[in-house]
Design a protein around this ligand. Structure first.
Ligand code: ADP
Ligand code: MG
Length: 210
């Protein structure tokens, strides 16, 4: 018998929105992590590219995220590159719409105008590359103190790209009672240190490729 998203505890609005895209059966990383994430646990997930991490963190976020005040996102997803940030936003935007929430991505290499006006309108789930996010914070456009759901996606790549100091500065500005989900292809070295410092009794899951 196969599991469904509803059986993992995903609210029916979200499960229905997935079903309209032909997505009915959770991938292993999703089946492993979604129940713990929905229960509010910190999760440390080791999973390779293509394993379905976006829904693994996106569904628990969208099941729980509250509406944001202007410039004060309630959920934050940090990703290493603008391509990944944009991909996460695209994948989650239709699901967010189904629960009345707004997802937006900020990254470098593009103008500030669109990002500033989106933040001023209110972004519930902010997907961001660390450099541009710090830049927007320095400009007073974004404040992370309401962010109590935080995801580090592809944490090993962020470390490889030299983003660790920036990631730590950003985490230090989020809500101290946040839930922190960390996904990475490897969980040793810098990533283990990051988990130790920023996660609270994390449950660890390892998922193979699909
Ligand atoms: P990762 O972030 O681990 O590299 P993604 O979250 O980008 O992987 O997912 C890879 C692809 O699999 C995407 O095209 C996504 O839409 C698809 N996908 C994710 N979960 C499922 C699922 N449960 N059933 C079918 N397709 C899925
Ligand atoms: Mg991904």
């Amino acid at each position: 018998m196969t599991t469904t998203f509803a059986q993992l505890g995903v609210p029916s609005l979200l499960a229905d929105a997935l079903a309209t895209r032909g997505i009915d059966e959770p991938f292993p990383v999703q089946a492993a992590t979604i129940p713990d994430a929905l229960a509010g646990r910190d999760v440390c997930g080791k999973a390779p590219t293509g394993s379905g991490k976006t829904f693994a963190f996106g569904l628990p976020i969208l099941a729980n995220v509250q509406k944001a005040k202007k410039g004060r996102p309630r959920a934050l997803v940090l990703a290493p590159t603008r391509e990944l940030a944009e991909q996460i936003k695209k994948e989650l935007a239709p699901l967010a719409r189904s629960v009345g929430r707004y997802v937006f991505a900020v990254y470098g290499g593009v103008g500030y105008g669109g990002q500033i006006s989106a933040m001023r309108k209110g972004v519930d789930v902010l997907v961001a590359c660390p450099g541009r996010l710090e830049d927007l914070i320095d400009q007073g456009i974004v404040d992370l103190s309401d962010a109590d759901l935080v995801v580090l996606d592809e944490a090993d790549r962020m470390a490889d790209m030299g983003f660790m100091p920036s990631v730590m500065r950003l985490l230090d500005q989020t809500s101290s009672d946040r839930q922190t989900l960390l996904f990475s292809a490897t969980l040793d070295g810098d990533i283990a240190k990051l988990a130790k410092r920023y996660q609270n009794d994390p449950v660890r899951h390892e998922a193979a490729s699909v």
